[in-house]
Design a protein around this ligand. Sequence first.
Ligand code: SF4
Length: 223
Amino acid sequence: MAYAEDDYLMLSGIQHFQFCKRQWALIHIYQEWAENEATTHGQFLHQKADNPYIKEKRKDFLISRAMQVSSKELGLYGILDVVEFHKDEAGISLSGKRGKWIPTIVEYKRGKPKKDERDIVQLVAQTMCLEEALGCKIDKGYLYYHSVNKKVEISISAELRHMVVELARQMHELYQKRDLPKAEYFKNCQLCSLVDICMPRLSKKTCSVAHYIQQSMASEEGL
Ligand code: SF4
């Protein structure tokens, strides 16, 4: 399936969707966002990585920062922190560059590697977008964790690609329906920047956007 550009969703949202569908809906459908220490630090890291004016070149090695990408297959668009290009005869041609180059994404994260797959699905979605942009197949990518100074290699497997296609399909379905998934309180809720807006212990029912806005306005007006 190919999505129309007007229907594209933010690529970075796939990590929220994998973590908690309600969190994704609150951010990407209801436009709710709350800062906590984790999100502020994460933004600082991305500001450093997403500097479009930095271009680095070393022998047999190029770095491109803040590259914009999108995917018709996934219906997603976003910006890549860092794409490394290593000179290799098995790679692809790049405009204005001699030789062949193998592209690899490095996605910067605060904290340390997580037990769930939210960072991994984001990296795989980014890689699939980059593949569409460059017309090539990419076998691996890296997640760099700032607080433990660790670079983790991720194999872009067929299984992970299927998972990302399915997550993107579900994101578009939920976006079209404008439904807010019910809250399911779990231990990570304590770390969620939207916990005060979500109220996961109280809001266990699914509701529509219109109903949510009505409720929010009523609570703001003290009704
Ligand atoms: S508080 Fe919990 S249920 Fe609510 S959005 Fe955050 S992670 Fe999801």
